[in-house]
Design a protein around this ligand. Structure first.
Ligand code: CA
Length: 225
């Protein structure tokens, strides 16, 4: 997998590059935004990591926006010292797929990258499905085996995250970061509680079907058959 890393902090750039290369990624690093943009339009990259604040005439979001406008399809992850909801909305509007707030751990960066790289292309239908589950984000409807299921907002968001990342191990941290916003204070056992609610609604009431939300001991959870 070919990675573009646009990061002006040399220490971070070098550490990330070295770490990713040990994992078999091919990494190009660039330290300023103008050179960064000229690289970021290259369709050969499988994933692009952009620091938000960069020297030069642009910031990371400008690069993302322009690269998308020029047809870049690769997932884009932004590294940012800022992590407000407004920043994230701005980022999503710029075509960014994920955020990592500095300081971040290398293992979290890798986990996020792998999740982005596994993400299937945007489906043409807005209805998501896995096994006999369906979830319609627009109509806010969930069914299992054709039977409607009522979920709370958080349960719905959690299930949507699971379906979008089916058959992938999701750690509690990943779940917290994707289902709750930056302002929320979420403890790992809060995740367990919500997983419990979700299980009671989509698994326990279908005792004849295999449970779909599975615990991967020591790692997290996985939506799988
Ligand atoms: Ca920077």
């Amino acid at each position: 997998m070919r990675v573009l890393l646009v990061e002006d902090e040399e220490k971070i750039a070098n550490a990330v590059k070295r770490g990713l290369e040990l994992k078999g990624y091919a990494v190009d690093t660039v330290a300023d935004s103008d050179t960064g943009l000229s690289y970021a339009v290259d369709p050969d990259y499988d994933i692009i990591i952009l620091d938000r604040m960069l020297p030069g005439s642009k910031d990371g979001l400008d690069i993302a926006r322009q690269a998308r406008a020029e047809g870049q399809k690769a997932p884009i992850l932004i590294l940012t010292a800022r992590g407000s909801v407004e920043d994230k909305v701005e980022g999503l509007n710029a075509g960014v797929d994920d955020y990592l707030v500095k300081p971040f751990s290398f293992s979290e960066l890798v986990a996020r990258m792998q999740a982005l790289l596994r993400r299937p292309p945007v489906p043409t239908s807005s209805v998501l499905s896995y096994a006999d589950l369906t979830l319609d984000p627009a109509k806010y409807e969930v069914t299992r085996g054709g039977k409607p299921i009522k979920l709370s907002n958080k349960e719905f968001a959690l299930l949507e995250y699971f379906i979008r990342h089916s058959e992938q191990i999701l750690t509690k941290d990943m779940i917290i970061n994707h289902v709750w916003n930056e302002d929320a204070i979420v403890m790992p056992n809060t995740v367990e509680v919500y997983i419990g609610y979700l299980r009671s609604k989509i698994d326990r009431i279908f005792p004849d079907q295999p449970p779909l939300i599975n615990t991967i001991r020591g790692f997290g959870y996985k939506l799988s058959r």
